[in-house]
Write a protein that binds this ligand. Structure first.
Ligand SMILES: [Zn+2]
Length: 438
């Protein structure tokens, strides 16, 4: 392995890194790491005016009608979980949704993009759902309210909205039923018993089972999108946690965006895969193992502190032979979910972060492993970075590892995370990722 130039610790402690997959050059400069991690939530914490039920934003349960119609919801019963698809609009408040899958009101890639560029047509079951929804008085009111809100947001005057033909308004509603930009929204806004504004319900605050269901519903949505839009080549899955990471609400949700290309980064990685099918072990897992950056694992996934990222980044890789999340078994999804949950729990809900999923694109013939990156948004790039294309990361990969490990032991002792292997308990056998096998 010729990896020395990817990760070099200088005599003064500066860690120079190049990300093997993106080529990004990053330095972690000794001495800067002692700066405290900015934590906006903690510094701006206010006493909370408690509402029961929670009613703090458009994603909170009493406000189900402020998001587009529900494609699916998960309901928790005493002994099982139930998935309800396309619930009738007058029945939203009959059950409590632990998680909801809904369209995004303001799509990044719009339904019109697919229509105008690919002549995309909504599949018959979606068209039928829309008809039934609008035939229901509660549904008609819901859709009319949403369209009026959206038009107002777009700067239309009340007169313009009034004059717009109904047919045109209902055509706008197609995106709610057949669009490819969706959200998976968690039930809670704050944790149970919260008294301060910083006590938000994050991924790490969930139980193991909740986090697995959250992952599973997201994976189900991905599969469904590939089955309802045949032009989709990749589905971007991400979670922006808190405003510095780009979240518009402090209410936990994932976003799912269907795309007609893979993006440059995955194109490049596919070239690497063609040259060397084992590249994710060599430059990922084995590399991390050789530098003692692996800090947690279970039988289904491995986690390490990543190198060559602009901000502190944890990488969690599935060990599965399958390359796409929706080709994983439930046990495999649970394994990845458990490790991602552990990392969120160990970092705490106060650190702003992006969770990003990567995996084998829909139309790829070269398999790459499903992996999840958790990027802490705690540093703002400065002029130095713009001028040199060398990025300063406030933490070294070792600092990041050492910050998480004691927390993982503690949380495991308290049974708040899964029974994973931590630090030196990890077996780190060579080539732990099995995606390259047929
Ligand atoms: Zn909320």
């Amino acid at each position: 392995m010729r990896t020395s130039h990817y990760y070099m610790i200088m005599p003064d402690g500066t860690v120079k890194q190049i990300n093997p997959f993106s080529g990004t050059e990053v330095w972690a400069v000794a001495g800067r790491k002692s700066r405290p991690i900015t934590n906006e939530a903690a510094t701006q914490e206010k006493p909370l005016d408690i509402h029961t039920p929670e009613d703090y934003c458009s994603f909170c349960p009493p406000r189900y009608y402020e998001t587009p119609p529900e494609k699916s919801r998960l309901v928790r019963h005493a002994d099982r979980w139930e998935k309800i698809d396309t619930l009738a609009p007058d029945r939203y408040h009959e059950t409590v949704a632990e998680f909801r899958r809904v369209g995004n009101m303001f799509e990044i890639v719009t339904l019109d993009y697919w229509r105008k560029n690919y002549a995309y047509k909504m599949v018959p079951q979606r068209l039928r759902w829309k008809e039934e929804y609008l035939a229901n008085p509660a549904g008609l009111k819901h859709i009319t309210d949403l369209i009026h809100f959206k038009l107002k947001q777009e700067g239309k005057t009340p007169e313009q909205i009034e004059k717009m033909p109904m047919a045109e308004k209902f055509a706008m509603a197609d995106a709610f039923f057949g669009g490819g930009h969706e959200m998976i929204i968690a039930c809670r806004h704050y944790i149970h018993g919260a008294t301060k504004s910083g006590e938000l319900f994050s991924s790490g605050e969930m139980s193991l089972e909740e986090h697995f269901r959250y992952f599973h519903l997201t994976v189900d949505a991905m599969r469904d999108i590939t089955q309802t839009n045949r032009y989709v080549r990749y589905i971007s899955v991400f979670q922006n946690w808190l405003r510095p990471a780009g979240a518009s609400f402090d209410h936990l949700h994932k976003q799912i965006v269907a795309l007609d290309e893979w993006g440059q980064s995955l194109e490049n990685q596919t070239h690497m895969l063609r040259e060397d099918p084992n590249v994710y072990n060599e430059y990922g897992a084995n590399f991390a193992a050789h530098h003692n950056l692996i800090f947690a694992e279970n039988d289904y996934a491995v986690a390490w502190a990543g190198i060559g990222h602009r901000s502190p980044t944890i990488e969690i890789y599935s060990r599965s032979m399958a390359g796409r999340p929706y080709e994983h078994s439930d046990e495999e999804i649970r394994g990845v979910s458990d490790l991602v949950h552990s990392v969120h729990a160990a970092m705490g809900s106060g650190i702003s972060c992006n969770e990003e999923w990567y995996y084998t694109p829909v139309d790829a013939v070269y398999k790459l492993p499903w992996h999840v990156l958790i990027k802490w948004r705690i540093n703002v790039p400065a002029g130095f970075e713009g001028g040199t294309s060398i990025y300063i990361n406030p933490m070294t990969p070792i600092d990041l590892r050492d910050r998480l490990v004691p927390r993982l032991y503690k949380l495991r002792d308290e049974r708040k995370i899964a029974n994973i292997r931590v630090a030196e308990e990890c077996r780190v056998e060579p080539n732990p990722l099995k995606y390259y096998l047929k």
